[in-house]
Design a protein around this ligand. Structure first.
Ligand code: SF4
Length: 310
């Protein structure tokens, strides 16, 4: 498999199975600078939408990937190294992919730009939109998401409510909890009221499971997550670990794939082996030399060792 500039993976996604990531904005351009961000601090916090990556080149890469064999991909996910709705031509990307394949398209977004009617319209042809909403009160929102000054939490909420009215696909709302930041009883009660207005199809509860950009982003434990799940009711679930092992794919450059995947985010050996469809033993044979050569490094977070680009 040849190296791609805008595609990465397929990577294991706890919600989307084997997901081929399509990176629409360079690292790390975002409207937020979340304390838990797994891809590092935001270097360009902006609301400016532009064609950060040429649509023609993105679609060419998708076409070539599909030609090489796409049978083991469950979703094509627009996400990556920042906020994908900042890409001004995201609608052309979605429509271009639709013309190439019937594999469902997911957009993983922080939802911050949905107050803009044009952004809402751009996403209408996606199959699943996965917005996040980690706080509903201004103070908590500032603390956890550290947004661009032009964004208020009221605007974000109104954007989500309006998008729900227009969008016919699935909305899976993600809330990521950091201990002592957005998990107070008061905030949860307020969140529930707001979620009743948004009416997502599913609520995905998450916590800090990969190394965060700030040390103050601390995970909740299983019991605390279970209590929150019970509070939100039957449409809520704690995002479970990816557990499918797809068949091995043909000859490819495993080293290159590992580096491409880790360029986007740190992953554990378990995540890597599942996402790439190879056993942990086989993966080990590639990981060790990459560590010794200084191309990647390991980092302990929680009970797991994560690998990242050095
Ligand atoms: S977690 Fe997502 S929304 Fe938050 S800073 Fe990172 S890329 Fe942006």
């Amino acid at each position: 498999m040849k190296a791609h500039k805008y595609l990465y993976g397929p990577v294991p996604s706890r919600r989307l199975g084997r997901s081929l990531g399509i990176d629409l904005v360079p690292h790390k351009i975002c409207t937020y600078d979340c304390i838990y961000c797994q891809i590092g601090n935001t270097t360009e916090k902006t609301l400016v939408r532009k064609e950060y990556a040429p649509v023609k080149e993105i679609l060419e890469e998708v076409r070539s990937f599909l030609k090489e064999g796409s049978s083991s991909v469950d979703h094509l996910s627009l996400s990556g190294s920042g906020e994908p709705t900042l890409h001004s031509q995201i609608r052309s990307v979605i429509e271009g992919i639709k013309a190439l394949t019937s594999i469902p398209i997911a957009v993983i977004t922080n939802g911050s730009l949905l107050y803009d009617k044009e952004v809402r319209q751009d996403l209408l042809r996606a199959d699943i939109v996965l917005p996040s909403l980690d706080a509903v009160s201004a103070e908590v929102f500032m603390k956890i998401n550290r947004p661009h000054p032009g964004i208020s939490v009221e605007k974000v909420i109104e954007g989500l409510v309006e998008f729900r009215k227009a969008f016919k696909g699935q909305i899976w709302l993600e809330i990521l909890f950091c201990k002592g930041v957005n998990d107070s009883k008061e905030e949860l009660v307020r969140m529930k009221k707001v979620i009743d207005r948004i009416q997502p199809d599913l609520i995905h509860l998450n916590t800090v499971v990969r190394p965060p950009s700030e040390k103050l982003a601390v995970p909740l434990n299983q019991k605390e997550m279970e209590e929150i799940k019970a509070f939100f009711g039957k449409s809520a679930s704690i995002i479970s670990e990816f557990d499918r092992h797809p068949p091995m794919v043909s000859e490819r450059d495993i080293n290159q794939e590992i580096l491409e995947i880790l360029k986007r985010r740190p992953l554990s050996a378990s995540d890597l082996s599942k996402g790439m469809g190879i056993s942990k033993d086989e993966l080990d044979r590639y990981i060790k030399p990459l560590v010794e050569e200084g191309k990647i490094q390991s980092r302990l977070f929680g009970d797991s060792i994560y690998y990242e680009i050095k």
